[in-house]
Design a protein around this ligand. Structure first.
Ligand SMILES: Cc1cc2nc3c(=O)[nH]c(=O)nc-3n(C[C@H](O)[C@H](O)[C@H](O)COP(=O)(O)O)c2cc1C
Length: 218
């Protein structure tokens, strides 16, 4: 781990020298990923979309249950899906503010692409449900990284919409299958940046005694 931390510094130095190796470039790309909410056209399509979603299917998957299911919502179908989202919001709260409704309509109706993150779960399987869900989450992370590497952007959201039975059923996920949320997808309007924590606070080398992390200081 220490070597990787050092390696990033080396990679940064090499950018200036214009001598980045393939590995340095790959690590730089991975470490520069950030979620993005301000997404415009284009979203990936065709073979590129399939490649990006294939990255999701490279996630670790205990028992080879392949629980990942991706539903792409785009083009004219976005408006109908936004209608469903708003219908659920009104059902949950008849007094939901108009402003909140309009915000959701804009997000689901105007973002270039939404990918519903389905989880095809098998409650009776010997692989615990938490591990089946972890495989889906690992897949989502791969998709987010693939989007970034291909020059696109994404944001993973959950919230009450992801648990809405009407929305889940309309997408094809009746219980026990569920949604792990939605990915909003498109091209970032500006290069997204997120504040990142320092790895030194989140790693430790075990030397026979319980470890303490800088991140957990009170
Ligand atoms: C399972 C999961 C659910 C999330 N749900 C939401 C959400 O509903 N709304 C939201 O604004 N961010 C949500 N986030 C956080 C964003 O996806 C994102 O990680 C966050 O904005 C930080 O940006 P970063 O990915 O660049 O660090 C969720 C993240 C995860 C892992």
């Amino acid at each position: 781990m220490a070597a990787m931390h050092d390696g990033l510094g080396v990679a940064r130095a090499r950018v200036h020298l214009g001598r980045m190796s393939k590995t340095d470039r790959a690590l730089e790309a991975l470490l520069s990923r950030a979620s993005c909410d301000d997404l415009v056209d284009p979203a990936p399509d065709g073979a590129m979309l399939e490649t990006i979603l294939s990255a999701g299917l490279r996630a670790p998957d205990h028992g080879k249950l392949r629980p990942w299911r991706y539903v792409v919502i785009e083009g004219e179908h976005r408006a109908a899906f936004a209608d469903l989202v708003l219908k659920g919001m009104r059902a949950r709260d008849p007094d939901v503010p108009q402003k909140k409704l309009e915000k959701r309509r804009k997000r689901f109706g105007e973002t270039p692409m939404t990918i519903a993150l389905g989880m095809h779960l098998r409650p009776d399987n010997k692989i615990p449900l938490a591990e089946q869900e972890a495989a889906v989450s690992a897949g989502v992370m791969n998709v987010l990284n693939a989007l970034h590497l291909a020059g696109f952007g994404g944001l993973w959201v959950t919230g009450d919409v992801a648990d809405d039975p009407g929305v889940c059923e309309a997408l094809g996920f009746a219980p026990p299958h569920r949604l792990a949320g939605f990915l909003f997808v498109g091209t970032p309007e500006e290069t997204p940046r997120s504040k990142r924590a320092d790895i030194e606070d989140y790693m430790a080398v075990w030397k026979g005694k319980p470890v303490r992390f800088g991140a957990d200081k009170d």
